[in-house]
Design a protein around this ligand. Structure first.
Ligand code: 3SK
Length: 512
């Protein structure tokens, strides 16, 4: 049997075998890698791992910035049958320690600038036998290049079933310890076949730039799975995606597809450098996920940039986007409709389907659901119920079939007995020209009754307005836009909002 269900065979070997080896696969600010170069480097990584005694199904944790070394480590591990576990580089080191211990990692690949902060938790790991440093390694350290040099440039990928676990992603969730979410080889191709091919129409001439990092499911699909499925190229930005860094990257590499989160789109709109194509004359789609895109941000973007944002929602558990707007048929303020290959239900607290126009929890069925959480049986059973996966998001299906985000199920609150969606109040706030970002939570008043409280980041243009006048303006604005009882009784101006890696606001921290 020459069929190898190992995703490496399809995503990497296939391009070289079919004559696309010289095509550009990845470029970071300092280096680039063709498909043939990627194949050789992955083979070196895979064989060097085996030589170091890291066996099949063992875990290698990747604490890496987005550089060309990231795909080498990820796909090289897959080739060897070792399970890569990318982690959020912004996590506090105690949480990284938790993930290293929970996954029983035998190897770690870490970017040099991140090493000092993580060193103490590395030393405490009893299963860890190998630490490889990507970037400038010290004299006592194993550098990524030296590690590759110890491997073989040509090796077969281990044969795997498409149903075999390929990699894990730790789901940050809004509360509790992170959960190791186990994904199978076949799901990588599944997200391409559904979203990237049928919604984005991605092709070999597309150049991708994702400001959201590869360690997250969204960035992993954007920067690796999707371009690699078609022999296209991805541009990687190792640093923090500030508006200035993003615009400079857009200008330099002229991508055709740009992926970000709502917060970044809002920040880019506030940057003086924003203009047609956001700097890229070839831009054909912008994509947003991680958090619902406020209608006002989408409209301002289309006006300023001339390219629509396709807002969608995915999850770590489903690996990528399963509800999305479509090119040429964007309805800002909604998440669009089910991506081909996925089915959706909205259910009440008794798991009964609700009617259109009524809110409930969104459930999704599709080919890319995770196999479950590592060593978390109760949480696995609660989330993965037969073919259906619970999202924990509250949604409403509108009369035209579009899905409208209503908030995280655990962020909703009642005012005078009526449900309030924090997202609806936040959208009303950011539609005011003085507000850059907003987060809303339920807060008890003096009588213990719950009322909306807003945390806002203001635009620079608000600095000349007297604060009390501004607060009154904002309250009136929300009353007009969202409904009289939904206006925030308290408004607090902040410099930043607590967020997960993809930009989901952590409202539970604001409630606390
Ligand atoms: O948060 C999202 O919308 C998302 C999108 C794609 C992949 C993963 C996630 C969590």
């Amino acid at each position: 049997m020459d069929f190898n269900g190992n995703a490496f065979a399809w995503f990497v070997d296939r391009h070289v075998n079919e004559g696309r080896g010289e095509r550009l696969a990845f470029a970071d600010p300092a280096r680039s890698l063709s498909y043939a170069g990627l194949q050789a480097a992955c083979s070196r990584f895979a064989t060097a791992l085996a030589r170091a005694g890291v066996g099949r199904e063992r875990r290698v944790v990747l604490i890496m910035q987005d550089t060309v070394d990231f795909p080498v480590a990820f796909w090289g591990a897959l080739q060897a049958g070792v399970v890569p576990v990318p982690v959020n580089t912004l996590l506090p080191h105690e949480q990284i320690g938790y993930i290293l211990a929970d996954s029983r990692a035998e190897a770690v690949v870490i970017s040099a600038p991140l090493l000092a902060a993580v060193q103490p938790v590395l030393q405490a790991q009893k299963d860890l036998r190998l630490v490889i440093v990507s970037g400038a390694a010290g004299p006592d350290q194993i550098g990524f290049e030296a590690f590759l040099a110890a491997g073989e440039p040509r090796a077969e990928a281990v044969t795997a079933s498409p149903d075999e676990v390929a990699f894990w992603l730790y789901s940050s969730g809004s509360t509790g310890a992170p959960k190791g979410t186990k994904h199978v080889h076949g799901s990588l191709r599944g997200t391409y076949d559904s979203y990237a091919r049928q919604v984005l129409g991605i092709g070999p001439d597309d150049v991708t730039f994702s400001a959201s990092k590869i360690f997250h499911a969204y960035g992993l699909g954007n920067s690796m799975t999707f371009p690699m499925a078609v022999g296209g190229a991805a541009v990687l930005l190792p640093d923090r995606p500030t508006p200035a860094a993003v615009l400079a990257t857009m200008q330099r590499f002229q991508p055709t597809l740009f992926y970000g989160a709502p917060t970044l789109y809002a920040a880019l709109l506030a940057h003086p450098g924003i203009g047609p194509g956001a700097g890229s004359a070839r831009l054909r789609h912008c994509i947003s996920a991680g958090e619902a895109l406020p209608e006002a941000v989408g409209q301002r973007w289309s006006q300023a940039v001339g390219v629509d944002i396709l807002d969608g929602i995915g999850s770590t558990e489903m690996l990528h986007i399963f509800v999305s707007n479509r090119p040429g048929a964007v309805r800002y303020g909604t998440t669009g409709t089910a991506v081909p290959g996925y089915a959706l239900r909205i259910v009440d607290e008794h798991d009964q389907d609700v009617a259109d126009g009524e809110s409930g929890e969104l459930l999704v069925r599709g080919p890319t659901a995770a196999e479950g959480y590592w060593n978390q049986r109760a949480k696995t059973r609660r989330t993965f119920q037969g073919e259906w996966t619970r999202t924990g998001d509250t949604y409403v299906r509108e009369a035209d079939g579009c899905y409208r985000y209503w908030g995280r199920a655990d962020d909703m609150f009642k005012v005078s007995g009526v449900w309030v969606s924090p997202f609806e109040v936040e959208s009303a706030l950011v539609s005011h020209p003085t507000v850059l970002e907003a987060a809303v939570v339920g807060h008890p008043d003096r009588d213990g009754l719950i009322k909306p409280k807003a945390f806002v980041i203001l635009q620079d243009s608000a600095s000349h307005i007297d604060p009390d006048t501004l607060y009154e303006l904002l309250k009136e604005h929300v009353k007009e836009r969202a409904g009289a009882w939904k206006y925030p009784r308290w408004i607090e101006v902040v410099d930043s909002l607590p967020k997960t890696a993809t930009g989901k606001i952590q409202r539970f921290l604001l409630r606390a």
